[in-house]
Design a protein around this ligand. Structure first.
Ligand code: DGY
Length: 321
């Protein structure tokens, strides 16, 4: 009998066809609506494998219910939605999708930085709303990116590629990370700083750190107050790293100039959220890795990992060793 894979979002036909070569496939019917918790808890009882997304909370209750569960292939590089200790206690392998999304996510982080600095969303709306009356000297004037200082918090794979993009804009690169990153220092001239030094020096503070016990709530009002008044804050990693109330107050009080956010505490963020009422906030719906090529590559990585596990081979990207 073929192993049963439960897929928690509707995936493209080509991926389903690949899965069907090796498995019985059961799949949640919607692409843009999360699988309800009770459905996940019911489906996991029979499943040998799950293919999940970041909005699926994989905790003790799920792992305890998954009597046959061998592997969870999470379609993301981040796996903060998964209780790894619990997975390991239940002998479930957890795999993620690093590498294939590095460049794409770095592109988006840098695009968000540019869009926020140059007020591109506001400007595009201005044209579409018919508000453009004439060329004028200070119309929608933003701030320069080139030759400024970028402060990268979290110099992992994506951080390093954002630094590469920044080098192309002649930016000075400073970073804060758990460990020194020799390649970024040698190849890109990145300079390691304490978090406080980085906050004080950077024109753009770009958060790319993973969400962990240590990074949760890392950005409070105090951190925003340590930034330059004309600094721009970008978050393209995980919402809970930032205290959103503190960010709102900082933007209102003029502690910093603007923010570009691809991630939020609660996703989707409500349209009536105070942050979304601010003109100097550019908000995106967590689309860091969202290109057709990369999303397909992430799904293929999930398939590769499932195939390895069921063939008793080491998966490419196992998270819980
Ligand atoms: C990730 O991969 O962790 C992203 O946040 C989801 O694409």
């Amino acid at each position: 009998m073929k192993p049963l894979v439960y897929v928690t979002r509707k995936l493209p036909e080509e991926i389903v066809a690949r899965l069907k070569e090796n498995y019985e496939v059961d799949m949640w019917s919607k692409e843009d609506v999360q699988v309800p918790r009770e459905v996940l808890l019911e489906k996991v009882q029979e499943a040998d494998a799950l293919l999940t997304v970041i909005s699926d909370r994989m905790d003790e209750e799920v792992f305890a219910a998954g009597k046959n569960l061998k592997v969870v292939a999470n379609m993301a590089v981040g796996y903060d939605n998964i209780d790894l200790d619990s997975a390991s206690r239940h002998n479930v392998a957890i795999c993620n999708t690093p590498d294939v999304l590095t460049d794409t996510t770095a592109d988006l982080a840098f695009a968000l930085l540019l869009a926020t600095a140059r007020r591109m969303i506001e400007a595009a709306e201005f044209v579409k709303q018919g508000e453009w009356k004439s060329w004028s000297p200070m119309l929608l004037a933003g701030t320069d990116v080139h030759h400024k200082t970028i402060g990268i918090v979290g110099m992992g794979k994506i951080g390093t590629v954002v630094a590469k993009r920044a080098a192309g804009f002649d930016m000075e690169i400073i970073y804060h990370n758990r460990n020194r990153h020799e390649v970024a220092e040698e190849m890109l001239g990145a300079r390691y700083c304490s978090l406080d030094e980085l906050l004080g020096e950077a024109d753009f503070v770009v958060c790319l750190a993973p969400l962990t016990k240590e990074t949760k709530g890392m950005f409070q009002r105090e951190q925003f107050q340590k930034m330059k008044k004309d600094a721009i804050f970008i978050n393209a990693s995980r919402g809970p790293i930032v205290n959103e109330e503190a960010l709102y107050e900082a933007l209102q009080a003029g502690d910093i100039a603007a923010a570009g956010l691809d991630v939020f505490n609660e996703e989707p963020i409500g349209a009536d959220h105070p942050l979304l009422q601010l003109k100097n906030v550019v908000a995106l719906p967590h689309i860091g890795s969202a290109t057709k090529e990369t999303r397909i590559a992430m799904m293929e990585t999930c398939c590769d990992n499932l195939e390895a596990i069921f063939a008793d081979r080491a998966p490419k990207t196992l998270v819980n060793k």
